[in-house]
Design a protein around this ligand. Structure first.
Ligand SMILES: O=C(O)CCC(=O)C(=O)O
Length: 314
């Protein structure tokens, strides 16, 4: 005869297994990214660049004028009159060109909107420094052992809760991603995790209906095998993302970021970058024009069927 205490413990046991399973089933396999306050050039190269491991450097910007200045009110002051391109999180459609903006607004109106309420409008890859050359004096090229591409860096802005879809960059660069004003969460995956990412063919993105905060493992079981990293970036902190890393970013509060880049060293990535720039994006644009939405739908479908076929998922 089973005693009440036996039944009680059995019940608690089952409940904890259930909770544990649910927990494992509902979250991605993510390691917290290493953090250092400062690091020498030699250690950065040895410990992170050579093995291609991400790291957050907390105090790299402390001696930049940007550390004091780069807040949204300053951007409003220097760039408020500029008309900026905005992107929301709508899925790619055939009628949109490659990286075509969804709306335009005066920078000051956009900053007011961000400060007033959560908005999913973001500014993606905008050359604000070309428009407002004065802000070029606010940052320094870090002497960190990477040969950085000395072109004007792009800036990214996002309102509270805005999300940058999971993607990797067309040139597979090493990226130094600096964040200002607010707090941002970054979820990143090394390029060798691509088989699990439901990559859309002829593009740089994962399927857009994947919610990387709460992935649906029934529909996207391959994601259970993906092993990535996570960090939260605060004002002035820099995330080093090695070559070709997938990244999904979520602005926890309104803020903005700047990326500096260094071309990939891995010859495989250099070839892929050249292919993406010279062939892939033109081919994709051509197919969108000639096949329309059917091309987008076909690619979305293939992201699932090809992923599952390659991994032997029935
Ligand atoms: O955080 C953002 O808004 C986008 C950043 C990004 O995708 C990049 O630096 O490549």
């Amino acid at each position: 005869m089973k005693t009440p205490s036996y039944l009680y413990y059995h019940f608690v046991n089952l409940l904890s297994v259930f909770i544990l399973n649910r927990f494992q089933m509902s979250s991605l396999n993510l390691k917290t990214i290493d953090r250092v306050a400062t690091i020498s050039k030699k250690d950065f190269i040895q410990q992170y660049v050579k093995p291609q491991i991400p790291v957050v450097i907390e105090r790299l910007t402390e001696d930049w004028p940007a550390y004091e200045k780069w807040h949204l009110n300053y951007i409003k002051e220097v760039a408020g009159e500029k008309i900026v391109p905005l992107y929301d999180d709508r899925p790619v459609r055939a009628e949109d060109g490659f990286n075509e903006a969804h709306a335009k607004m005066k920078m000051s109106d956009y900053i007011d909107l961000m400060e007033r309420e959560p908005t999913n409008y973001r500014i993606f890859l905008y050359n604000l420094m070309k428009e407002v050359p004065a802000i070029q004096n606010d940052y320094k090229w870090p002497d960190i052992g990477l040969r950085l591409v000395k072109q004007m860096p792009m800036l990214f802005f996002g309102g509270e809760n805005s999300k940058v879809f999971m993607h990797f960059d067309i040139d597979y660069s090493n990226i130094l991603h600096f964040h200002f004003h607010g707090e941002k969460q970054c979820v990143i995956f090394p390029p060798d995790q691509t088989p699990f990412m439901y990559k859309i063919p002829h593009s740089l993105i994962s399927r857009e209906d994947i919610d990387f905060d709460h992935p649906d493992f029934e529909k996207f079981p391959a994601l259970k095998q993906a092993q990535g990293y996570i960090c939260n970036l605060k004002h002035g902190e820099m995330l080093y993302m090695p070559e070709g890393y997938w990244h999904y970013m979520k602005y926890l509060t309104p803020g903005f970021s700047m990326s500096l880049r260094s071309f990939p060293k891995n010859p495989k990535f250099l070839i892929k970058a050249a292919y993406n720039l010279l062939i892939m994006r033109h081919y994709d644009n051509y197919k969108r024009k000639t096949k329309g939405q059917a091309w987008i739908d076909e690619k979305n479908e293939r992201a699932i069927t090809e992923t599952h076929k390659n991994l032997g998922i029935l």
